[in-house]
Design a protein around this ligand. Structure first.
Ligand code: AMP
Ligand code: MG
Length: 364
């Protein structure tokens, strides 16, 4: 068992986050299997599913019950679910939200039980509109990170992090389609045709600052059987397995290949959607995560990185932007001072950044 249990500090936050992510993952799994995935189009044209809305409502409900004064930065808003136009999707989401609970009543009680009504659900979703910043307690939520993977039947993650005065203190990632076993090697096919078969797939990664990182099988009851995880102790960067986005529009796959070549890496990249990449390197299934800007004007969102950043750091890694600077979570809803993300074991991170600078510098 990991040492996470030994510390009182933020212990309640840690457990609530773990349980809330487990409950929300039950909902996303049910959408993954049983529902037409009700895709709407947001102004940025990214697909939003009923799973996003439902998972966000359930997580915020648990946070409001336990920490009513905390701020919340969440990806979605309820606008498209309101009024006559939103009725159909609203009813689908509400049916899911009111049916989803942890099977263990004690754990469900810790989360505050069910949401009271469809209207209450919409208001909960809209509680995620904080502007963020460098002061106070702020939860960051991405209810379904990797929506495109989710719709394609690939990897996705339910993401929750607590940021205090700009530092990530608690991070939890629910990955329903990743293998439970930490020792399962990453295959090239892991991002495609995913399965969430009970007993084989479905894992939660979690970390509390200073206490290490853990993995835990996703459980319908909410049980927490935690095992400590660590990055692979790799001596030679040429032996690394690196992860990148499936979506070529999110991370430059050409630049990643050039950087890998420069580092002497011969293994093919593992492409998967979502912060499942952070979890996979944190448990040593992969080694590096390269996210290389495709467009100079794109700013990363805090909910896409907060949980994963802490989990990798607590597992012995280092997470920076392409310049080698730490990610700055103090600046609102986005990481406006950072470009891209490079995550690697501490001993190899400097070498990777050198190669990143060589390759990206040569392009200018
Ligand atoms: P991934 O699954 O790692 O490819 O990342 C998914 C996330 O990429 C989504 O949650 C979006 O917020 C984010 N995203 C959208 N457009 C871009 C872009 N042009 N560059 C980088 N990330 C993006
Ligand atoms: Mg996301």
């Amino acid at each position: 068992m990991a040492s996470v249990n030994d510390h009182q500090y933020l212990e309640h936050e840690f457990y609530v986050a773990l349980l809330a992510v487990q409950r929300a993952s039950i909902l996303t799994k049910s959408v993954f299997h049983n529902h037409a995935k009700g895709t709407l189009n947001k102004s940025d044209a990214s697909p939003v599913t009923i799973g996003d809305f439902g998972a966000q409502a359930l997580i915020i409900s648990a946070l409001q019950h336990n920490f009513p004064d905390d701020e919340i930065v969440a990806e979605e808003e309820a606008k498209d679910l309101r009024g006559e136009k939103g009725q159909e999707v609203r009813e689908t989401v509400w049916n899911l939200v009111r049916q989803t609970r942890l099977e263990n009543a004690e754990y469900e009680g810790i989360l505050g039980g069910s949401v009271k009504s469809a209207d209450a659900m919409l208001d909960l979703i809209d509680k995620g509109d904080s502007q963020g910043g460098g002061k106070g307690r702020i939860w960051a939520i991405d209810p379904i990170d990797g929506t495109k993977g989710f719709l394609r039947g690939g990897q996705y993650a339910v993401c929750l992090a607590l940021i205090i005065d700009g530092d990530v203190k608690v991070g939890v990632l629910g990955c329903p389609n990743l293998p439970i076993s930490d020792s399962e090697p990453l295959t090239e096919g892991i991002g495609k045709d995913a399965s969430d078969e009970e007993g084989k797939f479905g894992v939660v990664f979690a970390a509390k600052e200073g206490d290490g990182a853990v993995s835990c099988p996703l459980s319908k009851r909410g049980d927490l059987k935690m095992d400590e995880i660590n990055m692979n102790p790799l001596e030679n960067v040429a032996d690394a397995t690196f992860c990148e986005s499936v979506e070529a529009g999110h991370s430059s796959q050409g630049d990643a290949a050039a950087i890998a070549k420069k580092l002497g890496i011969t293994k093919p990249s593992v492409r998967m959607d979502s912060q499942a990449k952070y979890g996979s390197i944190a448990r040593g299934a992969g080694d590096l995560y390269l996210r290389l800007p495709v467009r100079a004007d794109y700013v990363e969102k805090i909910w896409d990185h907060a949980a994963g950043e802490l989990i990798v750091r607590e597992a012995g890694g280092m997470v920076t932007d392409i310049e080698g600077n730490r990610l700055n979570f103090k600046l609102g809803r986005t990481l406006k001072e950072n470009k891209g993300v490079i995550a690697a074991p501490k001993n190899l991170h400097g070498k990777v950044i050198e190669a990143v600078k060589d390759v990206l510098g040569a392009k200018q």
